[in-house]
Design a protein around this ligand. Structure first.
Ligand SMILES: C[S@@+](CC[C@H](N)C(=O)[O-])C[C@H]1O[C@@H](n2cnc3c(N)ncnc32)[C@H](O)[C@@H]1O
Length: 206
């Protein structure tokens, strides 16, 4: 049955869907961590695609305060849409979908997951929260520690730049942080082939 969602953008369809149709089905993750959930487009895709075949544990991390790029939006309304969308996806899934919502800054939420013993726990980590370089670096380093060997971590908006007068500010883009992370962890990961609007790495060590 076609589920009717309340999405006000098509970010997920434009960047991730085509790659995920192949990668997510092959990886078939059961334990998922998402940083940046917004209205739940990526979360609902995962529930619809995987929840028909298996039980899922999904952790969604978001402040629902928006990033710099969402300054004019009513994020309380976005959060309400997220809750309704997730509920609809869960109702249609054939298996138990355990969604834990961490309404917090990702640095705190990911640190708490590590402190609670979830090092090496997740099969798939999706980093789509703040697009500011220092925040992305923090999400990458902590997210990777939470990822199991063989698991995949995906970064959205690898080439995203904030439209600023006078050109891009590298500190306000994900790319320098993702590049620093992949360089420093090069002995622990391999970069997967994918279109460059996103970057995917597979963890090769425990
Ligand atoms: C691009 S949206 C996520 C889109 C979503 N993955 C999708 O597929 O539709 C980014 C989200 O990250 C959240 N965010 C921004 N900075 C954050 C931070 N430091 N910690 C947690 N969430 C953050 C924002 O509130 C926003 O909802």
């Amino acid at each position: 049955m076609m589920i009717t969602y309340e999405f006000t953008n098509n970010w997920f369809d434009e960047t991730a869907r085509k790659v995920w149709d192949d990668l997510i089905v092959k990886l078939s993750p059961a334990r998922i961590l998402e940083v940046g959930s917004y209205e739940g487009a990526s979360t609902c895709y995962l529930i619809e695609t995987l929840g028909a075949h298996k039980a899922l544990e999904i952790h969604c991390v978001d402040t629902w305060l928006g990033g710099i790029e969402h300054a004019t939006l009513d994020m309380a309304v976005v959060e309400q849409r997220f809750a309704r969308n997730i509920q609809r996806a869960k109702e249609q899934a054939g298996h138990t979908i355990d969604v834990t919502i961490h309404k917090a800054g990702s640095d705190l939420a990911l640190s708490e997951l590590l402190a609670s013993g979830k090092r090496g726990y997740f099969d798939f980590v999706y980093i789509d929260g703040s697009h500011q370089a220092p925040d992305v670096l923090c999400d990458a380093v902590l997210g990777f520690r939470l990822l199991r060997k063989g698991g995949v971590m995906a970064f959205d908006d690898y080439l995203w730049q904030e439209p600023l007068q006078g050109g891009a500010d590298l500190l306000r883009c994900p790319k320098p942080a993702i590049d620093a992370f992949t360089n420093l962890h090069m002995r622990q990961l391999r970069v997967l082939k994918a279109p460059l609007n996103q970057l995917y790495v597979q963890k090769t060590t425990a």
